[in-house]
Design a protein. Structure first.
Length: 326
């Protein structure tokens, strides 16, 4: 209900803003990873003409990686990009006034072959576990923290192999690993091939103190820019919520963006759709921020300064509060 309440509030702001006389179309510059899911949302927006409805002109720069998006944002060449609240908080601790609004709570998972004898996370002990990303990947740190609660140190009790997410997925398919921890979209690829989800990272968060699904990725922008473009930001958020609502309720909307997913496999398309829908935020910003604060402490303890920088706590301005009570 909070999802729909938030959408209604933002839609009301949108309607009132558009009713104002003499309002000019605002331009928002987006830095978008070419192969990322943000492009799916933008295609939905344009197909449904939600950008025109919001009276926004979206200038999209496609980039090869999230790191390129961070550079574009920090250099002032983009207004909004996708990243995580951990990076935003770290940047704020270093002096940058960035802020974050939830985009998706979709997280990775530990995947095993369908016939694997591994049935619980404890069974990873003594196994070969491949991790998509590096030693300070957030999902990997959260998994370690959870297992330490049960007296298992995966770094020493299992054989850990790090690699780029596409490579880890390929190695898993080749049977070179007993299990893999990877980003949600690569887990979806394995799931469509018959692999079994041993545990999603979202499943372990309650044991670490979170009370619900936490958005790992969000829209990131400079708070000073947001302050001077408050109406445009509200219309942008309302527009993206409408796009997400379409992607929740309309399979036809998914048919339109299917070419962007890089696959024509019906099973994989269904898995992408279902996992994407699962990750659409449905909680208040207050609840999201409270859980992020709890998880930040967990990550800071296990990842140290290499991960979070100089701040032991989530910076108070990390989450953007679009409207009162959001």
């Amino acid at each position: 209900m909070r999802f729909f309440g938030r959408s209604f509030a933002l839609a009301t702001i949108l309607a009132l803003t558009l009713a104002a006389p003499g309002h000019a179309t605002d331009t928002i510059r987006l830095a978008v990873q070419k192969t990322g899911t943000f492009s799916w949302e933008l295609a939905t927006i344009r197909s449904a003409e939600l950008d025109k409805e919001a009276d926004l002109s979206l200038e999209v720069t496609e980039l090869a990686s999230p790191e390129a998006g961070k550079i574009a944002l920090r250099a002032g060449n983009a207004d909004i990009m996708l990243s995580d609240w951990l990076w935003v908080s770290r940047e704020r601790a270093l002096g940058a006034r960035l802020t974050f609004y939830p985009y998706s709570s979709a997280l990775g998972a530990v995947m095993v072959p369908a016939s694997s004898p591994i049935r619980t996370l404890a069974d990873l002990k003594g196994r070969k576990l491949a991790v998509g990303g590096g030693p300070i990947d957030k999902s990997w740190l959260l998994l370690q923290a959870r297992m330490k609660q049960d007296g298992i140190d995966l770094k020493s009790d299992a054989t850990i192999v790090y690699g780029a997410p596409p490579l880890i997925a390929a190695k898993a398919l080749d049977g070179e690993m007993d299990a893999s921890l990877n980003f949600w979209n690569f887990c979806a690829q394995l799931e469509a091939k018959g692999f079994r989800r041993l545990a999603g990272i979202e499943d372990i968060l309650p044991k670490l103190g979170a009370k619900g699904a936490v958005s790992a990725v969000g829209y990131v922008f400079d708070e000073n820019w947001a302050a001077s473009h408050k109406d445009a930001v509200a219309r942008f958020i309302a527009m993206t919520r409408k796009a997400k609502q379409l992607l929740i309720t309309s399979d036809a909307a998914w048919d339109k963006i299917a070419p962007l997913t890089g696959t024509s496999d019906p099973a994989l398309l269904r898995t992408y759709r279902d996992r994407y829908r699962d990750g659409i935020p449905r909680r208040s910003i207050v609840d999201e921020e409270a859980d992020a604060r709890v998880l930040y402490r967990v990550l800071a303890e296990i990842g140290g300064r290499d991960l979070v920088g100089p701040a032991a706590e989530l910076d108070p301005g990390t989450f953007y509060h679009a409207v009162p009570g959001d």
